[in-house]
Design a protein around this ligand. Structure first.
Ligand code: HEC
Length: 110
């Protein structure tokens, strides 16, 4: 009986780990497929129209990042931001699952 429980615990732990890994990977791939990478750099790869997001998680909360993706104009007035960026970021509409995955990925960058 103890052996069976041990096996079950190992299987469960492995499943949880697997889910965490694929979650993180899909946020990273959304960063490319949603076009974010054209304007933002993460760890040396990407554009420079918007700010570098390599350490974004140390700067902003998960909720703030979600709002930034779905409604950037609520944070920055067009053309003003902090004066360093001429263009305002376009709003992106995606499913709430995708929004969660993408925002969680960006929030994990510290
Ligand atoms: C056309 C260029 C462009 C695209 C595409 C774009 N952004 Fe932006 N982003 C900007 C600019 C410019 C800013 C600076 C604020 C402003 O002026 O809107 C910004 C700001 C941000 C910020 C806030 C940075 C900070 O802490 O001040 C985050 C987070 C962000 N973008 C994430 C994303 C994600 C995720 C995507 C893809 C869904 C994306 N951006 C797509 C141009 C872009």
């Amino acid at each position: 009986m103890k052996k069976v429980l041990m096996m079950l615990a190992v299987v469960l732990a492995f499943t949880a780990l697997n889910a965490t890994i694929s979650f993180a990977a899909s946020g990273g791939s959304l960063f490319s497929s949603e076009g974010c990478i054209g304007c933002h750099t993460i760890n040396g790869t990407g554009g420079s129209v918007g700010p570098d997001l390599s350490h974004e998680g140390g700067k902003r909360s998960l909720g703030w990042i979600k709002t930034q993706i779905s409604d950037p104009a609520s944070h920055f007035a067009p053309g003003s931001s902090d004066g360093s960026y001429a263009a305002i970021m376009p709003a992106t509409s995606m499913s709430s699952g995708e929004l969660n995955a993408l925002a969680s990925y960006i929030e994990s960058l510290k």
